[in-house]
Design a protein around this ligand. Structure first.
Ligand code: ATP
Length: 455
């Protein structure tokens, strides 16, 4: 990573901590490597992302239904899916520094003892590559023995495959149709790094879209377009997303074609989402191993077959990181007194911003202003996440909202309460984050104006 990009990343991580987006897990005990907690702003941001994904994928379509599977599943699921034997990364150990590294990363990972060199070229004595299974194992029930062993799920997809029949029968869907799910996944990553990009506990937003084999390739391209549009609609432009058509020989063995959507993170262009054409691999494996029918009967043609599946699988945390990187900006501005100042702003799309509207009485020691500001807060609160702030100079309050990416601030001033310029009574000052422009708006129009801008 070059120095500028490194500094940018450090500034983002520090802003996330300072403004309550993301903290290291268990921080007061020294943290836990590869695990993060979302604070008050982070949880709103991630929730807005997940809610918008759900709205786009499930609520606005007739052909996709949702489900919420358990994190713990019968171990047989992971045996049938192949995870128990093959969900592993090759790694090497260094006998000199005692480090363990993923083989495909040693050219980009600095040696812990001599950071000027990469692990691949440092002098440390390395072992031959060995496979390391990424699943966290655990035991169900009081006996920690082999018979009770299972795993924390390393992906959400398998719950969808094993519930295929139940969902199909209860939702009365016909092919092509999809099942969507958002949930936690766990991977004991060998080298978690780049903040929340690669962590050991994370959330996935996945769809398994089932179809007739003849439609697979064209639906894969439809999904590619759909997903690019989604990123645009949350403020990540197409120009920042690279579509990587994974060549033969590099894809998972069951995949007929896979597109990785990669985002230009400060530390490099890396995967945000994978859209894989997984053939009939998963349903076939589960049908064979469980002995239960997971095939499909097409009424019109009287044909019976195992559906093929397209899987757009996105990481919620990686997308949160992409949103933060995309939104983060430092700019030089001139204050009202004409002084040069640095402004830190998160230019989130209003749709995903943690707080939509900041509400300020111009002065906190003027009861009529405070009371009116609370009334405005109560009016907007059922519709948006709002933040009431009466502390400090108004400029400073705007700046605080800029740093958490609040797109609009409403100030209740003497005009609002009719104490100056009576013709402006019942109007407020609306300040827009990106342009920093202020204008007056009748209170009556405030809600509908904001609704139009935000959704
Ligand atoms: P990578 O090659 O980066 O390890 P992957 O190809 O194994 O990722 P998938 O199994 O396709 O990832 O998972 C789908 C999505 O889940 C990824 O595109 C990513 O957004 C997210 N994801 C996977 N592993 C992690 C992780 N360790 N931390 C955060 N998100 C992850």
């Amino acid at each position: 990573m070059n120095k500028n990009h490194e500094t940018r990343m450090e500034k983002i991580v520090s802003l996330c901590k300072r403004r309550g987006f993301i903290f290291p897990s268990s921080e007061i005990y020294g943290g836990l490597n590869g695990v993060w907690d979302y604070g008050p702003m982070g949880v709103e941001l991630k929730k807005n992302l997940k809610d918008f994904w759900w709205r786009r994928i499930v609520r606005e379509r007739d052909d996709i239904v949702g489900m919420d599977g358990a994190i713990l599943m019968n171990r047989a699921v992971w045996q049938a899916s192949g995870h128990e034997t093959t969900f592993s990364d090759p790694m090497i150990d260094c006998k000199t520094c005692q480090g363990r590294f993923r083989v495909d990363q040693i050219h980009a990972l600095p040696c812990p003892q001599k950071p000027s060199k990469m692990v691949a070229s440092c002098e440390g004595e390395k072992t031959e590559p060995r496979d390391f299974n990424l699943m966290f194992s655990t035991h169900v029930g009081p006996m920690a023995d082999e018979a009770n062993k299972t795993y924390l799920r390393p992906e959400t997809a398998q719950a969808i495959f094993v519930q295929f029949r139940n969902v199909l029968e209860t939702s009365r869907q016909k092919l092509p149709f999809g099942i969507a799910q958002i949930g936690k996944a766990f991977r004991n990553e060998i080298n978690p790094r780049n903040f929340i990009f690669r962590s050991r506990e994370f959330e996935q937003m996945e769809v398994e879209y089932f179809c007739h084999p003849r439609e697979g390739f064209s639906l894969l391209d439809t999904w590619l377009e759909e997903r690019l549009r989604f990123y645009e609609d949350i403020g990540i432009p197409r120009s920042k997303i690279h579509v990587h058509d994974i060549p033969d020989g590099e894809r998972a063995f069951y995949s007929l074609k896979t597109y990785d959507l990669e985002y230009e993170f400060p530390f490099g262009t890396q995967e945000l989402e994978g859209i894989a054409y997984r053939s009939d691999y998963d349903l076939t494996e589960h049908m064979t191993k469980s002995g239960k029918p997971l095939d499909y009967f097409e009424e019109t043609t009287k044909e019976k077959f195992i559906p093929h599946v397209i899987e757009p699988s996105a990481g919620a945390d990686r997308t949160v990181l992409a949103l933060l990187c995309e939104a983060f900006e430092e700019e030089e501005i001139f204050s009202e007194q004409g002084e040069r100042e640095e402004r830190l702003v998160l230019r989130f799309h209003p749709r995903i911003a943690p707080i939509k509207v900041g509400i300020f009485p111009l002065l906190k020691n003027k009861p009529a202003l405070v009371q009116k500001a609370h009334e405005v807060k109560q009016m907007l609160r059922p519709h948006f996440s709002v933040f009431y702030d009466e502390a400090g100079a108004i400029g400073r309050r705007y700046r605080r909202q800029d740093e958490i990416g609040t797109p609009f601030c409403v100030t209740i001033d003497f005009e609002t309460i009719g104490e100056s310029s009576p013709h402006l009574q019942e109007t407020v000052t609306l300040r827009e984050r990106d342009s920093m422009k202020q204008r007056r708006l009748p209170l009556q129009e405030l809600l509908s104006y904001l609704q139009e801008q935000i959704f």
